[in-house]
Ligand binder design. Sequence first.
Ligand code: ZN
Length: 310
Amino acid sequence: MKKTITKIKIGQAGAVSIEIPVLKFTGSKRGKKALIVCGIHGDEYTGLLVINNVLEKIKDIQGELWIIPSANALAQALNIRINPLDLYDLNRKFPGDKTKEPTDRIAAEIFEIAKDMDAVLDFHTFEDPTVVTNIFMNCGSNETKKKTLEFIKLFDPDIVWELNIKSRDELKFVTALGPKLSFEGIPNIAVELPQLHNVSDEQIERAVDGTIKILNNLKITNVSHAKESRELLFVENKEFNSNVSGIFVTHKKLMDKIKKGEVVGGVIDITSFKKTQIKSHESGVLMVLKDRQFVTTGGRLFTVGKLKRK
Ligand SMILES: [Zn+2]
């Protein structure tokens, strides 16, 4: 296989050139094309480790494997979510516009590459400790949805967060890369992992294995993988925000089943050291849990994945 690295020039900020590096692996035989994107949000690095471990397993490919490791290069360099030049969130800018601000231009360049693919994997992280999550966009044609679900099944996440982009809360995701690709008929998954300092070896392995299984399915790779997939668990995302401030402590663990009204933990007020019991607002499984962290009023304590269907 041939490896090429190109840099897409987006523009210029004073003396600093804004570029996106693109890695492309081309097999000796023609075949399907897949794209892996990381760093759409600059402070999310876990996908880079996954990509590295995937590449270590690949000796040869058929077709093309494209990798964009630093979609939002300036944000990534500064370890911040959004583009510091125009303060836009890249994942709210697709399909982009090559005549507008830097973030629009980046979105347009990435989208141009992505809409020519047979599959797109987009790696993200949650700020707080979390389970391996795939986001199912649930939009586009039935054929696109079917192929996307096949990829999700292969990826083997702990849970599948099913978006409902018709709802007011989740309407903001319409301009994310995933839904826009789904409407273009490109099967794609967004992966949410814990941040580098929170992610476990098992979670990294599962993400590597899942990526390989998808690439194998596309016949781009032919690499053996460790595990078969389990049943998928589809959930709605229900965040719990605190009405009090202090240190949140809990004896619960991620993936624990929780009932509405059940005590999840307590918030210790740091002026009186009085503990306020925190009861869950929903029944489901704990998909994000902020154990032993300081929270301000309105801060997220945990997220319950409300079960939708098998
Ligand atoms: Zn993200």
